[in-house]
Design a binder for this molecule. Structure first.
Ligand SMILES: *[C@@H]1O[C@H](CO)[C@@H](O)[C@H](O)[C@H]1NC(C)=O
Length: 367
């Protein structure tokens, strides 16, 4: 009996030890980064508290979310947010006139701008009318929603069209739009509660999922992921890319004809924490903003005055949707840019966005 007990206790201890070792390893304490950039880079004036996600149209117009507050954000985070007079906004940038810089878009219509904490973003362009619709993840104070806006180019504003609110949308991160009224979204964690969300991370529970709204119904189409983060659709919209933070992977899915159904195609392991993937609208290749030392990003998210490293990875997208030839156009130790969450490459210019820091524009000469 005693031997039996010893075996059981030793096994439990080993399992705990293995789990703790894995978490410590994934947090990246042992990692170091060396700086490099693809050409000269400069900050875009006007963005001081985040440029978490970027949606870039084929004509070079880009929409940038700024001023995120997560339901799980710490009280210190909220204090710094208030001190810096940060607020939820969508910024506009045109790659074809980059010297004009970025400017916030005004929002019209029946929309509560003081309950706007934007996170993931994507767009839909109607082929016949040319109208552009912007879909944005919003962590409202009471619940999460997807907000739909119409871009009004004449006065550079966004007209609020509708809010998607449903029990299927509980703690979401990003959207990938497939039509004027249909989209994929990731449920990042199973609960907006701070305690439960932290426990979910430390126990490494795989409670995240991808869901689809087809215009009428919400359906979970892939589940069992840990912290499923950003989404991107291939240029032909036949493949979906999902970044998994912490475990450090990008998953590739093929979209089936039948509504939003997904078939798993490939997993690319990265040894870094990818945040938002984007597709270069001119080449169809994929970029991802990443956080190479996730424990330092955790510090920045706890206290947005603390720096953390930034990284951008570039992947070639093959004809069958799979990813290959990983390159690293940008890496910084936090002396310039903190916790990059997204990058968008258009011609020879690249925007690099961050969770709670600035926005960088780099000339891309070589990488
Ligand atoms: C707007 O949102 C804020 C924050 O949640 C809330 O206090 C306020 O009552 C809302 N205003 C309206 C008109 O709903």
């Amino acid at each position: 009996m005693q031997t039996y007990l010893k075996i059981v206790l030793t096994s439990i201890l080993l399992i705990i030890l293995q789990h703790v070792t894995r978490v410590v390893y994934l947090l990246g304490f042992h990692k170091h980064v060396y700086n490099h950039e693809p050409g000269p880079c400069k900050y875009m004036d006007g963005i001081e508290f985040g440029s978490e996600d970027i949606a870039t149209l084929p004509d070079g117009k880009a929409f940038i979310t700024s001023g995120i507050v997560m339901p799980t954000s710490s009280s210190l985070f909220r204090q710094v947010y208030a001190e810096k007079k940060a607020k939820g906004q969508i910024f506009f940038f045109d790659f074809k006139s980059s010297e004009s810089g970025v400017a916030p878009l005004t929002i019209q219509g029946d929309f509560n701008a003081s309950d706007f904490y934007p996170h993931g973003i994507d767009y839909w362009q109607d082929k016949t009318s040319g109208k552009v619709f912007i879909f944005v993840v919003n962590h409202r104070r009471q619940f999460d929603a997807v907000e739909k806006f119409e871009f009004v180019p004449s006065d550079k504003s966004l007209k609020h069209v509708r809010s998607y609110v449903d029990p299927a949308i509980y703690f979401i991160n990003d959207v990938a739009v497939t039509g004027e009224n249909s989209f994929y979204f990731t449920n990042f964690q199973s609960s907006r509660s701070q305690t439960w969300a932290a426990l979910e991370i430390y126990l490494m529970l795989q409670l995240g999922s991808i869901s689809y709204f087809d215009g009428k119904h919400y359906e979970t189409v892939a589940e069992g992921y840990m912290l499923p983060n950003g989404l991107a659709l291939s240029l032909d919209k036949r493949h979906l890319y999902m970044a998994s933070t912490l475990i450090g992977a990008i998953r590739v899915f093929r979209r089936e004809e039948n509504a939003g159904q997904l078939t798993f195609v490939q997993e690319v392991k990265l040894n870094t924490s990818p945040d938002n993937p984007t597709i270069n609208p001119l080449t169809g290749h994929l970029l991802v903003g990443a956080q190479p030392i996730i424990i330092k990003t955790a510090h920045t998210l706890e206290n947005p005055r603390l720096p953390s490293p930034a990284q951008v990875l570039h992947f070639e997208v093959n004809d069958d949707g799979t990813l290959s030839k990983i390159k690293e156009p940008y890496l910084n130790d936090g002396s310039v840019l903190w916790s990059s969450s997204v990058a968008s490459l258009y011609d020879n210019k690249m925007l690099i966005g961050t969770v709670v820091h600035k926005l960088l524009l780099c000339e891309v000469r070589a990488f």
